[in-house]
Design a protein around this ligand. Structure first.
Ligand SMILES: Cc1ncc(COP(=O)(O)O)c(C=O)c1O
Length: 391
């Protein structure tokens, strides 16, 4: 490998959410942080070079986002995912969670029904509730080790007047890379009942062998006309701290309404370094990503091996994409509410507690395996020893 993903990098005292909030969140400063979704890998050299070059200039006044910024994203989506999009369809947003909130504000009214699919990325709950919209849950069904959409319920909820559906594709935390058929059914039902689709596709570049990311908006013209897609290099290249993402909207009216909201809040500036990193990543990040995918696949195999052979009572919902492993801990001789604390106290590992992803996430923990192999081995060994004590 050309890039070194094995080398641990000390992130303590860098104001890192993952590391420097441990005392506050887990009650332990030294817990191994396997939670929030950023990776412990250095970014591609081309990205750090671009940032350093811009930093050297030493004037950081108001700047524009050049055409090359959008062209880089267009080219990336075409060459990596075969999805032809146009620069005019894109709008900068300072992160995808802000983008999802903007979409809710721009396209629905207080009291409107907005549907999500728990267990799901917890900021979706807040985005609906804190904007005073009515939360509708289309709960996913876990069957044979994979989550599935309950399509009957999906349609029933739409019939009940859902105005917007927020999709996570690939899905966080379940790791499903939704198939063409699944997307088609969901997309066409949304078209039929007039619901806008917010497709959060932030994890689209991290997909494992045998699966293929398909953009919701690529399903058909009709589905595209109802869809706001969000993409970003932030998960893929570990630059979430630079808060730079784009929306992609092919429908003129939908885009106009969304862009008016973005314009009203005057958030188009973003930041200079985000612009440079975004562009460099999408222009030059291919090889780094190809190697990362191999490394993550091997990390996932390790998690799989441990859950199969050594972590009695824990089952892996095997992710098809993302660097997040959703661990079903309901087989442990513990109450669901105890598992999270148990992992902190006995294994010295800090996961995301499944309950934060919705009621049907209780008894699960989310493990972020975007880390050096040695870290992951230590975490899994710690878990094995802790679990031995309770069986
Ligand atoms: C599904 C999903 N959407 C959005 C985000 C965060 O996006 P941003 O940092 O651009 O707001 C994450 C981060 O984990 C995520 O998993």
């Amino acid at each position: 490998m050309k890039f070194d993903f094995d080398k641990p990098v000390n992130r303590e005292k860098t104001n890192s959410v993952k590391y420097d909030l441990r005392g506050r969140l887990f009650g332990k400063e030294d817990v191994m942080p396997m939670w929030v979704a950023d990776m412990d890998f250095r970014v591609p050299p081309a990205v750090s070079r671009a940032i350093k070059e811009r930093a050297r200039h030493e004037i950081y006044g108001y700047t524009i986002r050049p055409q090359a910024f959008y062209d880089a994203a267009v080219s990336w989506m075409q060459r990596r995912h075969g999805w032809p999009v146009e620069t005019e369809w894109m709008t900068f947003t300072p992160g995808i969670v802000p983008g999802v909130n903007l979409a809710i504000q721009a396209l629905t009214e207080p009291g409107d029904k907005v549907m999500i699919q728990p267990p799901v990325y917890f900021p979706f709950f807040d985005a609906v509730r804190k904007n005073h919209r009515h939360l509708v849950e289309n709960r996913l069904l876990l069957k044979d080790g994979r989550y599935h959409v309950d399509f009957d319920d999906f349609e029933r909820q739409l019939q009940g007047g859902v105005r917007m559906f927020i999709l996570s594709n690939p899905h966080n935390p379940g790791g499903m890379v939704w198939t063409h058929q699944e997307l088609k059914t969901m997309g066409e039902l949304c078209v039929k009942y007039g619901a806008t689709i917010v497709a959060d596709e932030i994890h689209c570049d991290i997909v494992f062998d045998g699966h293929q990311y398909i953009p919701m908006a690529s399903i058909s013209e009709a589905v595209a006309s109802k869809t706001i897609t969000f993409i970003a290099p932030s998960k893929t290249f570990n630059i979430a701290g630079l808060a730079s993402s784009v929306s992609i909207i092919s429908d003129d009216n939908l885009r106009k309404t969304f862009n008016e909201m973005v314009g009203r809040l005057h958030i188009w500036h973003g930041n200079i370094f985000g612009t440079e990193a975004f562009r460099a990543a999408y222009e030059q990040g291919d090889q780094w990503l190809d190697e990362l995918l191999v490394y993550l696949r091997d990390n996932l195999s390790l998690v799989e091996q441990y859950t199969r052979e050594r972590l009695d009572g824990i089952e892996l919902v095997r992710p098809e994409g993302t660097y997040l492993a959703w661990l079903d801990c309901r087989g442990l001789p513990l109450e669901d509410e105890e598992v999270h604390r148990f992992m902190i106290e006995r294994a010295n590992v800090g996961f995301n507690d499944g309950a934060s992803f919705g009621d049907n996430g209780k008894g699960f923990q989310r493990l972020n395996f975007g880390c050096p192999r040695s870290t992951l081995e230590k975490v899994l060994d710690n878990m094995e020893q802790a679990i031995r004590q309770v069986h």
